[in-house]
Design a binder for this molecule. Structure first.
Ligand SMILES: [Zn+2]
Length: 411
């Protein structure tokens, strides 16, 4: 049965917001968007209907660390604190870890998120996401600075990823079977993954057409120093952990150039953070049609500074947004991330920021056929945001700090 909804505003994210537009839904799928509503449409009133938001970078398994890792001025201080705290919870299926992750998924949904990109070192979140019916791409993140046998490491990881991904499937638009919980391998960062392990992860990606992967890239000044010269706090920490190897030669480049030379980068690789990217890095990412996933609140919490968001957009690089984990963000409300992005990038068009939080994120995660815009054939994963009576610019209003109390789901 077809249901038709209308509201003060409809934001299809394929063009202009439509005043008093209408959306027709049949069996959970959008079957039409119109600029005029039929008389029998269900009127949702003074709300803006938009596609569910996409949180393209989080670590749900770290949700139990909420409020436990203080804001810092030095990234390595934050890393050391989080490593020490995680050691106190050695069991990945500790009830406290699972309960906090479940609550975080519910919190994300309540604030309008309908798709997540989740980083996991343990894969415990795949089952939680599936049970909560939260579509996700889970990145099974590997890190090993001196991996002796990276091929067997990725082989074993792939088997675990495939087992975690197996579950109920649905028919995709092309008729192929698709799961709402997809899993691929991912590399943590240039300072924690050996060149050989990067190569093995890339080989695994090449063997799986259509999959996407992710890497933390250009996050801290300490990373820049380490990749350029092999010195600084990262070198000290690797030595302290007993994983430093003299066989590792400092690339002498930027992290982006380093991974490019390793043959790791292309449009299927999400570059997370990019706080330290310069114009040359952005040129390289644009040339490869890559997406940066920006997490501005987290960046400032962990002491690496604010991302150069205006440069990302000015250089025409694709941008998606993530909250990062609750170990470095106060909540998983992507609208709060958008408000911070607006504060940092006052000259970027409101629609461009909203696209980052919807269609850009969906496409980067490989879910662009189903999520990110309101148009025929896509899933009716739609949210309604309550609006005050008089709003001149609905897109700008959505960047002003929407709270979960203003958000409801259209179904
Ligand atoms: Zn992260």
């Amino acid at each position: 049965m077809i249901s038709v909804y209308t509201a003060e505003w409809v934001l299809p994210m394929t063009g202009e917001p439509i005043h008093r537009g209408a959306i027709a839904i049949d069996g959970g799928v959008v079957v039409g968007v119109n600029d005029r509503a039929p008389a029998d449409a269900v009127d949702l009133g003074s709300v803006a209907i938009l596609p569910a938001l996409v949180n393209a970078h989080t670590h749900l398994e770290l949700s139990y660390l909420r409020g436990q890792i203080p804001r810092t001025e030095k990234f390595l201080d934050w890393i050391r604190t989080i490593m020490a705290t995680r050691r106190q919870y050695p069991d990945a299926s500790d009830r406290r870890i699972l309960d906090a992750a479940c609550a975080a998924i519910a919190e994300a949904r309540a604030s309008g998120t309908g798709l997540v990109g989740d980083i996991s070192n343990t894969l415990v979140t795949t089952r939680l996401l599936r049970d909560a019916a939260m579509p996700a791409h889970v990145f099974y993140e590997l890190l090993r600075f001196n991996a002796s046998d990276p091929e067997s490491m990725t082989r074993e990881a792939r088997a675990k990823a495939d087992a975690a991904a197996s579950g109920p499937q649905r028919r995709g638009p092309s008729g192929s079977a698709e799961s709402d919980i997809r899993v691929s391998l991912a590399a943590h960062a240039p300072y924690s993954v050996s060149p050989a392990l990067f190569a093995a992860i890339r080989a695994d990606l090449d063997a799986h057409a259509g999959e996407v992967t992710s890497v933390h890239l250009g996050e801290s000044p300490e990373e820049i120093e380490f990749i350029k010269r092999g010195t600084g706090p990262w070198r000290a920490l690797l030595e302290e952990l007993g994983v430093w190897t003299d066989q590792w030669e400092p690339p002498g480049t930027s992290p982006v150039e380093y991974l490019e030379q390793l043959g790791f980068l292309d449009r299927r690789v999400l570059a997370v953070h990019g706080v330290q990217f310069d114009g040359d890095d952005l040129d390289r990412l644009r040339a490869r049609n890559m997406t940066i996933v920006s997490c501005p609140r987290s960046n400032q919490h962990v002491g690496v500074g604010a991302p150069p968001l205006e440069a990302f957009y000015a250089m025409d690089v694709k941008v998606a947004f993530g909250t990062d984990s609750l170990a470095s963000a106060p909540d998983l409300n992507l609208f709060s991330e958008l408000a911070e992005a607006r504060r940092l990038a006052p000259r970027v068009a409101a629609r461009a920021l909203l696209e980052s939080a919807t269609c850009r994120g969906a496409a980067a995660l490989g879910f662009g056929d189903d999520f990110g815009t309101i148009e025929g054939g896509k899933r009716a994963a739609l949210i309604a945001v309550r609006m005050p009576a008089k709003v001149d610019d609905v897109e700008e209003y959505l960047l002003s700090g929407i709270t979960p109390a203003d958000v409801s789901w259209v179904s």
